[in-house]
Design a binder for this molecule. Structure first.
Ligand code: NDP
Ligand code: MG
Ligand code: MG
Length: 340
């Protein structure tokens, strides 16, 4: 089994007395900055003026620009959206990066696909939490953490691995387990997971099920409950105890249906498509398409997004969730608080 590291494996001293610059204060940025500060490290946040900067200030961070935060920093963690990292890196990070410091990322995309080419005189590492930023913060506050992957791309000081591990520990990840990876493995598996299974696979599966039922004349509300709402209950059981735990909890009828019908829906054909998706990731074809899409100001992204939002499942979902306050729909919540 791959070696999972915990708090006892960490040499905290490699990060002590070092200035850590967190660039960006979004989902990951706010969590890293606050967790590291609460772990006793010296943290500054670098941002452009705007919403995030205001939030960082409310949380007690001084309003530094990216250039100001990077100047003199020993560790620079880049937590900007992946597509805006290359430009901010060229304009504000690279010119201020100190020799012997460390440049860090939470996803390997820009390094692996050479959109950011770091100088030879800095360490480069990756600490990729395997969970959304808000969970990275919440679990830390609860005394736990979100597991993370770490990897070293460039090691000039000879201590990059220890530094990456101390950083992972500082955000709380070593409480949950830290696993070694490479920029290549993290980038390719992260993209594949979100495209084929977690996001793309899941939304397509839910929509196909919802459409099959509603096209056959069943009520959209019932189709929503069966194909989307119940998904969480099933996923929670799998999260807690794997597929065997989920199958233990469901009825034998459901389990028999799982055995005989699941492989009819997700079959060899689907797996062939998954291999194509993986191939596009490995060859850089997916990355190229996404980089060009951004350069063109996202015409395809916006068109698909509009079409997806207009899908009937959106409306019925909004109506149903408004009747289920326990679901905690963040959009309904903001409406009630008068924030939308
Ligand atoms: P978000 O979109 O949530 O936040 C981005 C932050 O960058 C915002 O604070 C934004 O501020 C700031 N920003 C954007 N453009 C600029 C700019 N030109 N100059 C200065 N600041 C800017 O990003 P995420 O936290 O989702 O992602 C950050 C990194 O973490 C990515 O590499 C991602 O792949 C990785 N990651 C994300 C996960 C997640 O849960 N979301 C999970 C694991 C890894 P403003 O308000 O001014 O726009
Ligand atoms: Mg990702
Ligand atoms: Mg059922």
């Amino acid at each position: 089994m791959a070696k999972v590291l915990y708090e006892n494996d960490i040499q905290k001293e490699v990060l002590q007395n070092k200035k850590i610059a967190i660039i960006g204060y979004g989902s990951q940025g706010h969590a890293h900055a606050k967790n590291l500060r609460d772990s006793g490290y010296d943290v500054v946040v670098g941002l452009r003026p705007g919403k995030s900067q205001q939030k960082a200030q409310e949380d007690g961070f001084a309003p530094y620009t990216v250039a100001e935060a990077v100047s003199g920093a020993d560790v620079v963690m880049v937590l900007l959206p992946d597509e805006s990292q290359p430009k901010v890196y060229e304009d504000s990070i690279k010119p201020n990066l100190k020799a012997g410091s460390a440049l860090a990322f939470a996803h390997g995309f820009n390094i692996h696909f050479t959109q950011v080419v770091p100088p030879e005189n800095v360490d480069v590492f990756l600490v990729a939490p395997k969970g959304p930023g808000h969970l990275v913060r919440r679990t830390y506050e609860e005394g736990a953490g979100v597991p993370a992957l770490y990897g070293v791309y460039q090691d000039v000081t000879g201590t990059t691995k220890e530094l990456a591990l101390a950083y992972a520990d500082g955000i709380g990840a070593a409480r949950a387990g830290v696993l070694e990876t490479t920029f290549q493995e993290e980038t390719e598996t992260d993209l594949f997971g979100e495209q084929a299974v977690l996001c793309g696979g899941l939304t397509s599966l839910v929509k196909a099920g919802f459409e099959t039922l509603t096209e056959a004349g069943y009520q959209p509300e019932v189709a929503y409950f069966e194909c989307l709402h119940e998904m969480k209950l099933i996923v929670d059981l799998m999260y807690e105890g794997g597929m065997e735990n989920m199958r233990y909890s469901i009825s034998d009828t459901a389990q028999w249906g799982d055995f005989v019908s699941g492989p009819r829906v997700i079959n060899g054909e689907t797996k062939e498509r998954m291999k194509e998706v993986l191939d596009d990731i490995q060859t850089g074809k997916f990355a190229k398409g996404w980089i060009l899409e951004n350069q063109a100001n996202r015409p395809q992204f916006n068109a698909i997004n509009a079409k997806e939002t207009a899908h009937p499942i959106t409306k019925v979902g909004q109506e149903l969730r408004a009747l289920m306050p326990f679901v905690n729909d963040p959009i309904n919540k903001k409406e009630k608080e008068g924030k939308v």
